[in-house]
Design a protein around this ligand. Structure first.
Ligand SMILES: [Ca+2]
Ligand SMILES: [Ca+2]
Length: 167
């Protein structure tokens, strides 16, 4: 009698499975997009910077921390108007820190808006808010999201929330 046992070998790359799980995980959280190993949520509501930081922390993530040109380009291509990011100089004027306490030197990339007249961002402009501008955003009310601006933390903007994909 012939042995009709069939051995089924599944040769699936574990990285492929991990990527699939990650996508399901992001979708289950209703996060809008996925890049690399992070899920991003582009808010539909507007909050001031402090409130947006608190909201993100409550939900187990944080305001986005940008650590590469690719990540900046990716976020900019999805953000069609100004959004808060997790960068501020609230503690010491001019000393910009990410919400995880990394400095810009440590992350190694900056995308501040540069004007031809040398009046670059961040400019800590005090015309609207005398405490200056201590929170950073992709874009501003009139210019594109491919560059960063400092703005008054009291302004209400949409925000980008990131969740490290730790499973
Ligand atoms: Ca400032
Ligand atoms: Ca500014």
């Amino acid at each position: 009698m012939m042995d009709k046992t069939v051995r089924l070998e599944l040769n699936v790359n574990p990285l492929f499975i991990a990527a699939l799980l990650l996508i399901c995980y992001c979708l289950s959280l209703n996060l809008s997009v996925l890049f690399g190993v992070k899920c991003y949520y582009f808010s539909t509501d507007k909050l001031n910077w402090i409130m947006s930081r608190a909201y993100c922390a409550e939900t187990g993530g944080h305001l986005v921390i940008i650590t590469s040109r690719d990540e900046q380009d990716f976020l900019s291509s999805h953000a069609h108007e100004t959004h808060w990011i997790g960068l501020n100089d609230l503690e010491t004027e001019g000393k910009w820190m990410w919400v995880n306490n990394q400095t810009l030197t440590e992350t190694g990339v900056t995308f501040w808006y540069k004007r031809t007249d040398e009046q670059h961002e961040p400019d800590n402009w005090r015309q609207e808010d005398e405490s200056g501008e201590n929170c950073a955003a992709l874009g501003n009310e009139s210019l594109g999201t491919d560059v960063w601006f400092d703005a008054s933390c009291l302004k209400k903007k949409k925000y980008i929330f990131a969740l490290p994909a730790v499973m």
